[in-house]
Design a protein around this ligand. Structure first.
Ligand code: FEO
Length: 168
């Protein structure tokens, strides 16, 4: 059972996950456009992961007796001045997602809705990984700068593939 306030918060996050997916797909398009196919593949995997997150919210809301409602999704940015700028934006974005999830978890505690709290636990752990993987890419991009190392990193990050977790 969901209160109206909690249902709205979960719907808001579902739509924010779709925005996140669009943001990363837009970064994938940008990287394809500038000839960095490895970074594009990494962002494409991230896009798929975000849609997986969105669907977790979608299914949870409906299964909990609520109504998952799709809203208007704002257009993301289309271009970035460098790979580092894009990944730094991604890191800031993920920190923002973590703050949003924590806020909904706080609301679940206030309302003593432990079922929602348990549902959100997966996302709380997931956000630690999300910030770590994007932060790792930012760190590597700072190390390699604009030289030939960028192409090696492009090849390295291009090996990423999204596999839906089996415990989800
Ligand atoms: Fe769905 Fe990257 O948080």
């Amino acid at each position: 059972m969901l209160s109206e306030k909690l249902e709205d918060a979960l719907n808001d996050q579902m739509n924010w996950e779709i925005y996140s997916a669009n943001l990363y797909l837009s970064m994938a398009s940008h990287f394809t456009h500038v000839g960095l196919s490895g970074f594009a593949a990494w962002m494409n995997a991230q896009y798929q992961e975000e849609m997986f997150h969105a669907m977790r919210f979608f299914n949870y809301i409906n299964n909990a007796g609520g109504h998952a409602k799709l809203g208007t999704i704002e257009a993301p940015q289309h271009d970035w001045e460098s790979p580092l700028a894009a990944f730094e934006d991604a890191l800031e974005h993920e920190k923002g997602v973590t703050a949003r999830i924590n806020k909904i978890a706080d609301l679940a505690v206030q309302e003593r809705n432990h079922a929602v709290g348990i549902f959100l636990q997966w996302f709380i752990s997931e956000q630690v990984e999300e910030e770590e993987s994007v932060g790792d890419a930012v760190g590597k991009l700072k190390l390699v700068g604009d030289g030939g190392g960028l192409f090696m990193l492009d090849r390295d990050l291009g090996t990423r593939v999204f596999t839906p977790p089996t415990n989800a």
